[in-house]
Design a protein around this ligand. Structure first.
Ligand code: PEP
Ligand code: MN
Length: 340
């Protein structure tokens, strides 16, 4: 349920309404947000005992409406303004500047990650990706350098200033990730690992939540809700293609997820054209479509020697290709009032 209030409502009046809502309602939480013209109270949780008629009597109450969707905190009705994640040093996600994440699928060596970090930074990236803990379909495939990989990512950050985006596979590693990583990625395969999501909800680190391999948009938003309901509102959604009957591409990029998410939610959404396509040459056209669709960022796999990559070489582009793509994206970004 949401209660729209006169924006000029005083603190005391607001508190009165909040305590009226919370009276005899142990499982209810109230969140306060603002739109251009109103203050919005979101009533989250079991709210059937809330006495609507007595709240309605307050002259500051403009409207009370039910939220039919199961996601509440992630719902734009509860939080009309776009969420902007502020890193506190000028970097923001969800504002004008498009989040440009680039780097290899896996961290392989110091030389590899530092070299790629330098090259993608020169091309315009502000975040470095690189898997240290890799979710591989086969247990016999390269599983990542794990903690050593995190150390190498830190070296690349030191050398370039790029922030680190890397995937967490187990909540046992959360303490290390809290300390060493700037954005914690939840991979497609873990999108519904609810125990992991709840633990990430206790953190305040931005969480990059990839869409599950065959998840609906509602299921994806419910996973965001798991993180947010534990307190962490810093969620970035990432569309990375979904499994369909089509075999020509690794996955099918669901570009309609961008306008849909923008309508339904206030959370930023970025696109991963690399895992969507699975093919190097397709990263460029999909990136263009993504920026034109109004997404808030791109996460792209870049490798200095794609043929020799230990994972996802086929979809990895070279630093030169990345540089070329970024240049082509700049006018598209400006056409949708964004910058790269
Ligand atoms: C990745 O980013 O390397 C990755 C494994 O992605 P996804 O979880 O989308 O498959
Ligand atoms: Mn990959």
């Amino acid at each position: 349920m949401i209660i729209k209030l006169n924006k000029q409502i005083g603190e005391e009046e607001l508190e009165k309404i909040k305590s009226e809502i919370l009276k005899n309602n142990e499982n209810v939480r109230v969140v306060v947000n603002e739109s251009q013209n109103e203050k919005i109270l979101g009533i989250i949780g079991e709210n059937k005992n809330v006495d609507v008629s007595s709240i309605q009597e307050n002259s500051n109450v403009l409207q009370i409406c039910k939220i039919d969707e199961p996601y509440k905190l992630a719902n734009r009705k509860v939080h009309p303004e776009d969420t902007i994640i502020d890193f506190g040093d000028g970097d923001k996600v969800g504002a004008d500047k498009i989040m440009m994440i680039a780097g290899p699928c896996s961290v392989e060596s110091e030389e590899q990650i530092v070299e790629i970090a330098k090259r993608v930074k020169e091309a315009g990236a502000t975040f470095l990706r690189g898997g240290a803990f890799k979710p591989r379909t086969s247990p016999y495939s390269f599983q990542g350098l794990k903690y050593e990989g995190l150390e190498l990512l830190k070296k690349a950050r030191e050398a370039t200033g790029l922030k680190i985006v890397t995937e967490i596979m187990s909540s046992d590693d959360l303490e290390v990730f809290e300390k060493d990583v700037d954005v914690i990625q939840v991979g497609a395969r873990n999108m519904q690992n609810f125990d992991l999501l709840k633990k990430l909800g206790k953190s305040r680190k931005p969480i990059l939540l990839k869409r599950g391999i065959a998840s609906t948009i509602e299921e994806w938003l419910m996973s965001a809700e798991y993180i947010m309901s534990e307190g962490n509102q810093n969620v970035i959604l990432c569309e990375r293609g979904i499994r369909t009957y089509e075999q020509m591409t690794r996955n099918t990029l669901d570009i309609s997820a961008v306008p849909l998410i923008k309508k339904m939610s206030h959370l930023p959404i970025i696109i991963d054209p690399s895992h969507a396509a699975g093919i190097r040459w397709m990263v460029e056209p999909l990136s263009k479509a993504a920026v034109a669709s109004g997404c808030d960022g791109l996460i792209i796999e870049v490798h200095n020697n794609p043929e020799k990559a230990l994972s996802d070489g086929k979809q990895s582009i070279t630093p030169d290709m990345y540089d070329n793509i970024v240049n082509q994206l700049k006018p598209i970004a400006s056409a949708v009032n964004r910058v790269i």
